[in-house]
Design a protein around this ligand. Structure first.
Ligand SMILES: [Zn+2]
Length: 274
């Protein structure tokens, strides 16, 4: 993997590749020692990842040393278990990721999320493909706030709940690069909040945390990479969007997103207000 092939960005120690996936962008970080995958896309993106490795990087998908799952939504966790089954690649995720779709409520939420992901594909004029995946990923490595990634200790783990209860972001302090998955979505060339926001109070704190990083490069799953000298202002402006009134579409998505047992567990605790 020495030859520079298709990299969208390069630092002194790694190259960043963006794979145009079914309904998201998948970030593949290329080191001399192997590849780091930030989110697996939907289950039907496994072949897109395989194609990218083989055709662009001229390597086997087995060169991926770690799959990091930012949260359990179908366009982030969907292909992880399949990549592990086919190539033995370990999965790293939040300690509580597998609680999100647990039990009968979780099973319902999992189906609804797959349905909503399909409607996104339809709106993006993608051919409809099967994206149902197993709702548990059984992570090989459990990630916690402030720890570093296994095999890639230059990346730090940050808890950034709000969109779900277990969202993670990954920060590279030396290069000032952060991967934020859904937390700034490009919708019609505008920065938008992820859908849904189930925990607005937590989301505020998460944007404050991201604002304090002074990141210069923001990698994301829905939209082009952001290069900025003022990420504090950017994340503060995202926080301000939380005060805007919800549209009927946003309310509809929210109504379809309330069945994870984790939501009940969170709000049952009297000290948690949002
Ligand atoms: Zn999501």
């Amino acid at each position: 993997m020495k030859e520079k092939c298709g990299a969208d960005q390069e630092t002194s120690s790694f190259r960043i590749h963006e794979i145009d996936a079914y309904i998201s962008t998948i970030l593949l970080i290329e080191y001399e020692k192997g590849l780091l995958l930030f989110d697996s896309g939907c289950i039907n993106d496994v072949r897109r990842i395989e194609d990218y490795c083989r055709r662009t990087l001229k390597c086997s998908p087995e060169a991926i040393k770690l799959i990091v799952v930012s949260h359990m939504h179908p366009d982030h966790a969907g292909g992880a278990a399949e990549l592990r089954r086919k190539y033995g690649i370990p999965i790293a995720a939040h300690t509580e990721a597998d609680r999100w779709y647990a039990g009968p409520g979780g099973a319902l939420q999992h189906k609804l999320d797959c349905y909503m992901a399909s409607t996104v594909a339809y709106r993006n004029r993608r051919r409809l493909e099967r994206i149902l995946f197993h709702r548990y990923i059984y992570p090989d490595y459990l990630l916690e706030e402030g720890r570093v990634l296994p095999f890639f200790p230059d990346w730090m783990v940050l808890n950034v709940p709000g969109h779900t209860l277990h969202d993670l972001a990954f920060f590279h302090p030396e290069e000032r690069i952060v991967y934020i998955a859904d937390l700034i979505c490009d919708v019609k060339s505008k920065n938008q909040l992820p859908l849904p926001i189930l925990f607005p109070g937590q989301m505020r704190s998460s944007y404050d945390k991201l604002a304090s990083l002074e990141a210069h490069t923001i990698l994301r799953s829905h939209g082009k990479t952001i290069h900025t000298n003022d990420s504090e202002q950017l994340f503060t402006s995202m926080k301000a969007l939380l005060d805007h009134p919800a549209t009927s579409f946003v309310k509809r998505v929210h109504r379809m997103s309330i069945y994870s047992p984790e939501i009940c567990r969170y709000y049952r605790s009297s000290s948690n207000k949002g």
